[in-house]
Design a protein around this ligand. Structure first.
Ligand code: PLP
Length: 424
């Protein structure tokens, strides 16, 4: 449990806003690096540990470069994400390509980069062979189905579109071996934003036991297990963050009791966390431009759900909100904090207790460093905001400019439209 903080005092933020008008995202390099190091320190006890940062969480090459310099790889699921990883110098087996319903050209691109391909379905074995060839190293994604129904927070794997069934996965490795694969991995990603530590340990147990079964039934020894992402962050002040060391030690204990006795002691441990790596170190900074008093009290921001979709997308999503300079002011008001989309679910907070907010106040939305700007869109002609990086030395640089109306029109062929109009 901890208070939510923002790395700049009000006066510095006001100065920054004069240089870069709101709304914008601000990321904290120092916070991201310290977090990355804490993870590496804790998980370093696991053999061959590697974190592939889930690019979709914060798809910016500046961030990927920082994480790469901390020893992380990249988890990609599209052509553009592969290009981002490549741009940040992350190549070869430092890329995990965990995609689904994958087009042929994306498999080809992943093969060209030497990425570790993680197949999402049994039929993709043939599909990959036909379109890009079977690589020496290959991974399969496991969907435990009803085998994990005992855990209420799992998000029902039976209803999830991802992965191979248990039966399919046991048939997949011998088939892949027959087609020339020599090194094998297994992957599962069965939860999202999960703060319950035991849950993640149980996922490791499930995969460790499966690795042993695969060895017994097929004679093939897996080279790595990728435990996926899905580790939650304390969005709410009263939430408890996952203790990296406790989690790593829990997984290591299972490794010693399940993996080592089965003669699989060269098996490496991989993860592909996104949210937990950058989530707490990013903020969406906006200006309150309107107050509105009808049946409820509203605060209208200059950002909207096109900048940060999570609160509108997930009914359970919560993002803490503070007001620059009013951090310790009493929460005397109850507001809906909203954006300007013609969508009534464009609300960053609903019936939230906050200090009195006046037009011009700088409103800070916390824990927006993952699945934030990345989920942005252009509905209603909204232009996505830019991204700033607070460097470890205290300087601030822009790492993505805000979109302009020219960007919005860039995909329209003005010449074709002119001809169309003239000849209609
Ligand atoms: C989204 C995703 C991740 C990252 O999830 P987080 O919740 O951000 O940790 C990792 N792997 C796959 C396959 C994903 O789809």
């Amino acid at each position: 449990m901890g208070e939510k903080t923002f790395p700049l005092p009000k006066e510095e933020l006001e100065k920054l806003v004069r240089r870069y008008p709101t709304p914008f995202y601000l990321y904290d390099e120092r916070g991201i690096r310290e977090n990355a190091r804490a993870l590496t320190r804790a998980f370093g006890i696991l053999p061959g540990f590697l974190e592939y940062f889930a690019v979709k969480a914060l798809p910016n090459p500046f961030i990927l470069k920082i994480l790469s310099s901390e020893g992380f790889g990249a988890d990609c699921s599209s052509y553009a994400e592969l290009l981002l990883a490549d741009m940040a110098g992350i190549r070869g087996e430092r890329i995990m390509f965990s995609s689904n319903e994958t087009p042929a050209r994306e498999y080809k691109a992943a093969r060209d980069l030497g990425a570790v391909i993680n197949l999402d379905d049994f039929t993709h074995i043939d599909y990959l062979e036909r379109h890009a060839g079977i690589p020496e190293l290959i991974s399969c994604r496991y969907n435990p189905g009803s085998a994990k129904s005992g855990n209420a927070i799992i998000g029902k794997p039976l209803e999830a579109k991802y992965g191979f069934t248990r039966d399919q996965i046991l048939r997949a490795y011998p088939l892949l071996a027959a087609k020339g694969a020599r090194r094998f991995g297994i992957h599962a990603m069965v939860a999202s934003n999960e703060l319950f530590l035991e849950y993640h340990i149980e996922t490791a147990r499930m995969l460790f036991e499966l690795a042993v079964e695969i060895k017994e039934k097929t004679g093939l020894a897996l080279e790595f297990i990728n435990l996926g992402g899905g580790v939650g962050i304390p969005y709410k002040v009263e939430d408890q963050a996952i203790d990296y060391q406790e989690l790593a030690e829990g997984i290591e204990g299972l490794y010693r009791s399940i993996i080592v006795p089965a003669g699989l002691g060269s098996l490496r441990i991989r993860i592909e966390w996104g949210r937990a790596i950058t989530g707490p170190y990013g903020w969406l900074v906006s200006t309150a431009i309107h107050t509105k008093s009808i049946y409820r009290e509203y605060i209208g921001l200059d950002s909207c759900m096109a900048d940060l979709m999570r609160p509108a997308l997930y009914s359970t999503a919560y993002h803490h909100i503070t007001v620059a300079g009013k951090e310790t002011a009493p929460s005397t008001e109850t507001y809906d904090v909203v954006g300007s989309l013609c969508e009534n679910n464009d609300k960053f907070a609903i019936q939230r207790s906050l200090p009195k907010i006046d037009p011009g106040d700088l409103v800070i939305i916390h824990d927006a460093g993952a699945h934030g700007r990345a989920m942005g869109f252009n509905y209603n002609g909204k232009l996505r905001c830019g991204e700033l990086l607070l460097r470890s030395d205290g300087t601030i640089m822009q790492i993505r400019r805000p979109e302009t109306v020219e960007d919005y029109f860039a995909t329209l062929d003005r010449e074709a439209f002119k001809n169309f109009q003239e000849n209609l």
